[in-house]
Design a protein around this ligand. Structure first.
Ligand code: KG4
Ligand code: ZN
Length: 392
């Protein structure tokens, strides 16, 4: 049996399958560390005209994509199915109809090949993505840590520890199981959802994050037509809330009819398929750019401040940031600056590993494999699925 060069253990090759939302993805990862392949088929073009993910269309598209995507991942890895050691699938949380496509395919493959099936929590996948990225650059994030998962469906802050190791800040194996304590989460919209909704109301299309990120950067010192103060959340200071901010943007736009004409122009451009940054920037007034920059400042400030407070409360030195919004350039910049000034170490996945992908699922599946937690053929999809909490 071949061995993993970074350890002396045998090389366990896991095929990961992800289909929880609007990306069909497959990847092969060795020992939760080395990415042999990672293929993602995005459905953005299909959902764009509806301004968000349409669940029925998503499941249908997963059905169309799953076979070619898995084949491509195997070909890129240079492996035959028989050479795999296990199949890992996302069990939840997510859209049940979408999850079922990946689960059914994974079960069938595992059964036909006589290989173990492993069930993965999508959120654990996002946590493992930060580790996976660190391993690619030869780094070993220390635990305990706090992890902010910030995407279109989730904005949640966890304390992450090694299972059975209460507070040892030690190096660990990529297959070591984690336990999670939820420190806070959004009370309404996820941060990515707020990006998507604000983008829609400004006529900038779906998904909102990437385009607003670039337009905010292009705003430079454009005059701020409005300022958004810090969001107050009563009770838990580590909870998030973004719907008030989204509504504040909406009210600002409604109170200023001068935005109407440019919003219509952008909506027409997006509907005609002209939705790149280069095509939309000339259709944005200075006020729109200033508004977008202020919106992003408010989201980023909130995410960074509460996460750093969580790290302080838990007395940890490591901060992990993952999920689609972790691709945001200003969020990465602010986290890096804050972490540096406070002696914290912050880890982000690359942009490709931040948004939904299957390499993170294969990496999380390795921890299931290493701890002998195999799934059965009666595995079912779960729309909501908490991460494993420590035993008290
Ligand atoms: O993790 P992900 O691919 O799917 C979910 O699990 O939700 O995240 C998608 C979300 C979308 O809301 C998208 O607008 C947001 O991540 N996003 C961004 C950026 N890139 C993607 N938000 C802010 N800045 C970005 N650069
Ligand atoms: Zn996700």
């Amino acid at each position: 049996m071949p061995t993993d060069p970074t350890t002396t253990r045998p090389a366990i090759k896991i095929l990961g399958i992800e289909s929880s939302c609007d990306e069909t993805a497959a990847a092969v990862v060795v020992n939760g560390r080395t990415i042999l392949s990672s293929v993602v088929a995005s459905q953005i073009d299909i959902h764009r005209k509806y301004g968000g993910v349409v669940p029925e269309l998503a499941s249908r598209e997963h059905l169309r994509q799953i076979v070619p995507v898995v084949r491509e991942a195997m070909a890129e890895a240079g492996l035959r199915f028989e050479e795999l050691d296990a199949i890992g699938v996302t069990q939840g949380p997510g859209l049940v109809g979408s999850l079922l496509v990946g689960i059914t395919y994974g079960k069938t493959l595992a059964h036909a090949l006589g290989k173990p099936l492993l069930a993965v929590n999508h959120l654990e996948g996002h946590v493992r993505a930060a580790f996976l990225q660190a391993y690619q650059s030869g780094e070993e994030p220390k635990l305990p840590a706090v992890c902010l998962i910030v995407s279109g469906g989730h904005t949640v802050l966890y304390e992450v520890k090694l299972k059975g190791e209460q507070d040892a800040a030690i190096n660990h194996d990529a297959g070591a199981p984690f336990v999670y304590r939820k420190l806070g989460g959004t009370r309404d919209d996820a941060a990515g959802e707020a990006y998507d909704k604000v983008s829609k109301l400004l006529g900038l299309g779906y998904p909102g994050g990437p385009i607003l990120d670039r337009l905010a950067a292009a705003a430079g010192s454009a005059r701020a037509p409005v300022k958004f103060g810090p969001t107050k959340t009563r009770g838990n200071a580590l909870d998030f809330s973004f719907s008030g901010l989204k509504t504040a943007v909406l009210y600002h736009v409604r109170e200023h009819p001068e935005y109407i004409a440019e919003i219509r122009k952008r909506e027409d451009a997006v509907a005609a398929g002209h939705c790149t940054f280069e095509e939309l920037l000339p259709l944005c007034s200075e006020s729109s750019l200033g508004l977008i920059r202020e919106f992003q400042n408010a989201v980023v400030r909130d995410l960074v401040e509460r996460t750093i407070l969580g790290a302080k409360q838990c007395n940890v030195e490591t901060v992990l940031v993952s999920g689609g919004v972790a691709a945001n350039s200003q969020l990465r910049k602010r986290f890096t600056e804050e972490a540096q000034s406070r002696g914290l170490k912050v880890y982000f996945p690359s942009r490709g590993l931040s948004t939904d992908n299957a390499a993170m699922i294969a990496a999380a599946a390795y921890a299931e494999f290493a701890t002998g937690r195999l799934a059965h053929l009666d595995l079912n999809a779960k729309a909501s699925m908490p991460l494993e909490a420590p035993k008290t």
